[in-house]
Design a protein around this ligand. Structure first.
Ligand SMILES: O=P(O)(O)O[C@H]1O[C@H](CO)[C@@H](O)[C@H]1O
Ligand SMILES: O=c1cc[nH]c(=O)[nH]1
Length: 236
């Protein structure tokens, strides 16, 4: 057990899928895993371990924002031995060509700040995805015919953004989408020699102001869960 995770030693798999929403962890585990067992309920941050095509997988919530994700990623890696961490999140599109329900694979993520910024000091560390995971996820998405975009995203610290000028610059520089966790996931994974990727579903559009109705969100997330599992276990 750790301060934030109640799982016993051995109850967390080396491969962990991390949605922001703990109820998405429950839904994904019950929908995609065989024999899912709840291994964490501390603070309502649900985590489940089961198998997918014979491979052990944990699906564990990260909470919203980089400080929350950082707590869970650190404990999953340092205390439970997680080696591959794949975020399965929602994101807001920042390019016209990207549509609702499209999938974005984050090659890298720009930020104003991450919880790791303090010790990087003057260095602008460039968080990046694990290449093998990225390539496998792209192949899985293509084989399913899912509309997918690969490139840079923005991990924001705030959901209610007061900097339209900054968003304009990111759109201008090709940033695909905004979410709130990937940069810290990539940074913590890099620190401990782990593999990480963010697979994102577009839930709303910053340019067109369209949004998925809340009742459609969960069903629209199936593609990204399947892509994440196939990326983690490409030969399964
Ligand atoms: O759908 P999740 O994974 O929570 O991700 C996105 O949704 C939340 C904001 O509504 C933030 O966590 C953002 O990154
Ligand atoms: O962080 C997020 C997630 C979805 N949509 C947004 O605009 N921001």
């Amino acid at each position: 057990m750790t301060i934030h995770i109640g799982a016993k030693p051995g109850e967390i798999a080396e491969t962990v899928l991390m949605p922001g929403d703990p109820l998405r962890a429950k839904w994904a585990a019950e929908t995609f895993l065989e024999n899912p067992v709840c291994v964490n309920e501390v603070r309502g941050m649900l985590g489940y371990t089961g198998t997918w095509r014979g491979n052990r997988v944990t699906i564990h919530g990260s909470g919203m924002g980089m400080p929350s994700l950082s707590i869970y990623a650190n404990e999953l890696i340092r205390d439970y031995g997680a080696k591959t961490l794949i975020r399965i999140g929602s994101a807001g599109a920042m390019q016209e060509k990207i549509k609702l329900r499209d999938v974005v694979l984050a090659m890298t993520s720009s930020t104003i700040s991450t919880p790791s910024k303090g010790f990087f000091r003057e260095l602008n560390f460039a968080p990046c995805a694990d290449y093998d995971l990225l390539e496998a996820a792209n192949a899985a998405a293509k084989s399913k015919g899912i509309s997918t975009h690969v490139g840079g995203i923005y991990s924001a610290d705030v959901f209610y953004d007061e900097r339209p000028d900054l968003n304009e610059q990111m759109t201008r520089h090709g940033i695909l989408a905004v979410e709130m966790e990937a940069a810290e996931l990539y940074t913590v994974a890099a620190r401990y020699g782990c593999r990480a990727l963010a697979v994102l579903t577009i839930s709303d559009h910053l340019l067109t102001h369209e949004a998925l109705p809340s009742e459609d969100r969960q069903s629209s997330f199936s593609d990204m869960v399947e892509i994440a599992l196939e990326a983690a276990f490409p030969s399964a």
